[in-house]
Design a protein around this ligand. Structure first.
Ligand code: AMP
Length: 249
């Protein structure tokens, strides 16, 4: 069984992002970039399925600039067999990404496509769902457990106040939630081996996909700075302030 894993290059989760002075977006100059954490979970799940003998090949795919090769190499070091970079320097919408992934799905015919539930930069939480709609495959989103049985996959989903298990016919789309697994670190020998694994580069035009966007980012703003706190001298003063200034009691 072939598994396709979608991997996004994003600002590292430890970085405190700065908004550009013109409010057009986030300043990415000299900022540490990494694999989206939910995509790390997606790669880990694919590798575990291969270790169990369920999967035979794992293909990592990323849509992004040439530098996204770094994240694909990380996926290869973690256990993916080969990688595909769909090269684009444009700021693509989720729909464009989903269309490009759909073209890769058509080309590679994987039985399972695993994506993160959300990219931590744009917080869209829609690429997997859009890909499922475009490809006509069933979807198991926010997965906390994935069990492949024959030509079906059971996905346990994190939902408000509990868990729901759906049973999907393969091929299917799964998006990962935090509790699905704990991703491993790449070992040095595997990082070295990953350098020799195949990486293909494709352009959106070669996949026959137009990435013209129907979406425009109007403005990006940093959250309002928190005002400084004050020290109160007594409980009475605190109660008075809560009642008369904050008006919360
Ligand atoms: P989003 O819908 O943007 O929150 O992203 C959800 C998931 O879709 C990510 O965790 C990735 O698995 C996948 N994805 C989004 N953008 C890209 C991209 N540029 N390249 C590859 N995968 C992506």
């Amino acid at each position: 069984m072939k598994i396709l894993v979608a991997v996004k290059r994003v600002v590292d989760y430890n970085v405190k992002v700065r908004v550009k002075a013109d409010n057009s977006g986030v300043d990415l100059a000299n900022v540490k970039m990494s694999m989206n954490p939910f995509c790390e979970i997606a790669v880990e799940e694919a590798v575990r399925l291969k270790e169990k003998g369920v999967a035979t090949e794992i293909i990592a795919v990323s849509v992004g600039p040439t530098a996204a090769q770094e994240q694909l190499r990380t996926a290869l070091a973690l256990g993916a067999d080969r990688a595909i970079l769909v090269e684009s320097t444009e700021d693509l919408s989720s729909l464009s990404i989903a269309k490009l992934l759909k073209a890769v799905v058509d080309k590679e015919q994987p039985q399972l496509v695993i994506l993160g539930k959300q990219a931590i930069d744009s917080d869209n939480n829609q690429t997997g769902q859009m890909l499922a709609a475009l490809s006509g495959y069933g979807q198991g989103t926010f997965a906390s457990a994935v069990v492949v049985e024959g030509d079906r996959v059971k996905v346990t989903r994190e939902i408000d106040g509990g868990a729901q298990t759906v049973d999907l016919k393969l091929p299917a789309i799964v998006t990962t939630d935090l509790r699905l697994n704990e991703p491993r670190y790449a070992s040095l020998p595997n990082i070295m081996k990953a350098k020799k694994k195949p990486m293909e580069t494709l352009k959106p035009e070669e996949l026959g996909v137009s990435t013209a966007s129907t979406l425009k980012t109007v403005k990006v703003e940093a959250p309002a700075a928190r005002s400084a706190g004050i020290m109160v001298k007594s409980v009475d003063e605190l109660v008075d302030k809560l009642k008369n200034e904050a008006k919360v009691i």
